[in-house]
Design a protein. Structure first.
Length: 408
């Protein structure tokens, strides 16, 4: 992968961008239909997504990575186009779409085996001990028709204690066997503590964390990111749109969108740019289930235009005004204030999948994976103390009730 920062000129973009945002500049590459991938000659006219080094590994990865939580078997053309635009970091998980995500990647590699070496391939397991991790890694490799993954994550940890010596030794053995190149974890909860803990270990190569314009300016997050970068850990941002389980279709949100449209961006592209402007983040993972979303994100990645001070001020103001609409994943605060065991942070995230991503099907599947006894207790727990301690003043009881109504 190249390490230079090529870019489409601002003039080229704005010639065609209009109200569709930066993505319109790439639309000629797609012909008249989303299903039609650009020819290599056409794609060569468009600069590839820039790359950054992934921590101490020294591996260059594209700053935009393809999140695989969608029906990949029926979206094979999208994978091919992603490669043509340099989106060669693919992220999946053992659990995504019930295994179809990994199977779809396997179908692609079976058809284009020569493309495997171009891809920085990441998968994850929710298992927490070596036997389970081995079982799921073997299944993932088989599904994806490959003999190794480039980065393997223990998925969705909430506490660094999960990454114990047994997992360290397991990772070392898998590396020696050539089944994984790098090891790490993903986290949506208590991210700053998890990152600080990882920086004190000497065997974590990479972390995927919730990181966006809402969280990136918080002092604890700034310190945690720096600690990881100093320790040589590569960082991938996810949940970069900063969407929450609370609906935020306010006049202020529309005003923000209007502001960026006038500049030729969408507000979504502006939120990606805000994250990319921190060079400590190696890559940004985005769910891109359609060619138009892939195109819009690639366009934002290759465009050299920086956000202005004023743009940042508007994003910051929007974040402040919708502060109480976003669950920041600080689950050690609310969940420790509840007498019964309730995964408040997970339920908030599933609501976000349904309400912000429109991914109700997967949100319901995830919700159904919560043990039945825990689901039953969601609407009966006393959340008053948790609400009192929540730094974002979220109406936790109300949101748990809404989650049961919408996702059960
Ligand atoms: S509900 Fe409040 S305390 Fe709990 S994780 Fe979300 S923001 Fe943090």
């Amino acid at each position: 992968m190249k390490n230079d920062k090529n870019g489409i000129s601002r003039r080229t973009f704005f010639k065609t961008a209009g109200t569709a945002g930066l993505g319109a500049a790439l639309s000629p590459m797609l012909g008249n239909t989303d299903a039609q991938a650009a020819s290599p000659a056409q794609a060569a006219d468009v600069a590839s997504v820039p790359t950054r080094t992934f921590g101490r590994s020294g591996i260059n990865v594209p700053i935009l990575s393809l999140g695989g939580m969608f029906d990949i078997p029926s979206n094979q053309t999208l994978l091919k186009q992603a490669i043509r635009w340099g989106v060669t970091y693919w992220d999946t998980a053992h659990t995504y779409t019930g295994g179809r995500s990994e199977e779809g990647i396997g179908q692609y590699f079976s058809r284009y085996p020569e493309h495997r070496q171009k891809i920085f391939l990441v998968t994850k397991s929710t298992q927490r001990e070596p036997k389970g991790l081995s079982r799921e890694l073997e299944t993932s490799l088989k599904r994806m028709q490959t003999d190794h993954v480039d980065l393997f994550f223990v998925h969705a940890i909430r506490n660094i204690k999960v990454m114990d010596n047994a997992i360290r030794d397991w990772a070392k053995a898998q590396k020696a066997a050539g089944k994984i190149r790098l090891m790490g974890f993903s986290t949506h909860a208590n991210m700053d503590d998890c990152l600080q803990g990882a920086a004190r270990l000497d065997w974590i190569d990479g972390i995927m964390l919730t990181y966006n314009f809402r969280l990136m300016h918080e002092a604890r997050m700034i310190a945690a990111v720096k600690a990881c970068v100093d320790a040589g850990i590569g960082l991938t941002a996810m949940k970069t749109q900063g969407g929450g389980g609370v609906k935020t279709d306010s006049a202020r949100e529309l005003e923000l969108a209007g502001r960026f449209i006038q500049k030729g961006f969408t507000d979504k592209q502006a939120k990606l740019k805000a994250v990319w402007e921190n060079p400590q983040i190696s890559s940004l993972c985005s769910q891109m289930p359609t060619m138009s979303i892939l195109m819009a994100n690639v366009a934002a990645a290759v465009d050299r235009t920086s956000l202005t001070e004023n743009d940042h001020r508007h994003l910051h103001r929007y974040a402040s005004e919708t502060f109480s609409c976003y669950c920041a994943g600080c689950t050690q605060i609310c969940e420790n204030a509840i007498s019964a065991k309730v995964p408040v942070g997970d339920v908030m995230r599933y609501l976000m999948y349904a309400r912000c991503y429109g991914d109700t099907h997967d949100a319901r599947d995830y919700f159904a994976s919560i043990p039945a006894a825990v689901r039953r207790r969601l609407t009966h727990v006393d959340y008053r103390e948790a609400e009192a301690r929540c730094p974002r003043n979220l109406p936790i009881a109300q949101l748990m009730n809404e989650a049961v109504e919408e996702l059960a």
